[in-house]
Design a protein around this ligand. Structure first.
Ligand code: 5RP
Length: 223
């Protein structure tokens, strides 16, 4: 099966975690796009969705799914999102699509995080994928030095010849070469640095379930 087919498979499999009548959290990315397409088949059975990006909001609305603001709803039963990497503890690197801040916000409001991913995302240990960090632009140079002191190399994410601007009007650093032996401690440490909006290690908001698309079918891993 191709990677695209595996994404379709897990996007469809996630429908069984969507409670009837609920407002659900919806992530961002190419795997989530498959979930959104599948979700359209049950749009009359849900009350709506809280979205983690302008891109997902546009897709949801285009398919006739009501999009609500976080502040209009209470706890969400489930949050469905992809990952750039996921490890055997359910810890993830996210933010390849630059939506990490809103993803973490919606995940924090949700009782269960259902991670949908093709098998290329499953890793024994996080860190091969550069860690995305959303930052306030004026802190950029100092934060690059702080990551360097941890052994990382931070690069400003660009779109063409300009820095990429997130949905929140901020910049993204992609940090490679980090040792993420303790993802929880790393997330807690970097989250304290002035100018960091969100670090793309999801250890506090880890996955509760991973639906992993493999050539043998969807594997369900519970954490
Ligand atoms: C977006 C994310 C995505 O979940 C992550 O990048 C995976 O994306 P894809 O499903 O396209 O591989 O964190 O900010």
């Amino acid at each position: 099966m191709t990677q695209d087919e595996l994404k379709t498979l897990v996007g469809q499999a996630a429908l069984s975690y969507v409670p009837e009548g609920a407002v659900i959290g919806v992530g961002t990315g190419s795997t989530v796009n498959k979930f959104i397409e599948a979700l359209a088949s049950m749009k009359t059975q849900i009350a709506g969705a809280v979205s983690s990006s302008e891109a997902s909001t546009a897709r949801l609305r285009a398919l006739g799914i009501r999009v609500l603001d976080c502040n209009e709803v209470g706890d969400l039963a489930v949050y469905v999102d992809g990952a750039d990497e996921i490890d055997p503890a359910g810890f993830m690197i996210k933010g390849g699509g630059a939506a990490l801040t809103r993803e973490k916000i919606v995940a924090a409001q949700s009782r269960r995080f259902i991670c949908i991913a093709d098998e290329s995302k499953w890793v024994p240990r996080l860190g091969a994928f550069p860690v995305p960090v959303e930052i306030i632009p004026m802190a950029g140079a100092r934060l690059m030095h702080q990551f360097q002191a941890l052994g990382g190399q931070a690069r400003l994410r660009m779109r063409g010849d300009q820095p990429l601007i997130t949905d929140n009007g901020q910049h993204i650093l992609d940090v490679s070469g980090l040792q993420l032996a303790d993802p929880l401690a790393f997330e807690m440490q970097v989250s304290q640095w002035p100018g960091v909006v969100t670090v793309g290690v999801f250890a506090v908001q880890k996955a509760n379930v991973c639906l992993l698309g493999t050539s043998q079918g969807v594997k369900t891993i519970c954490f």
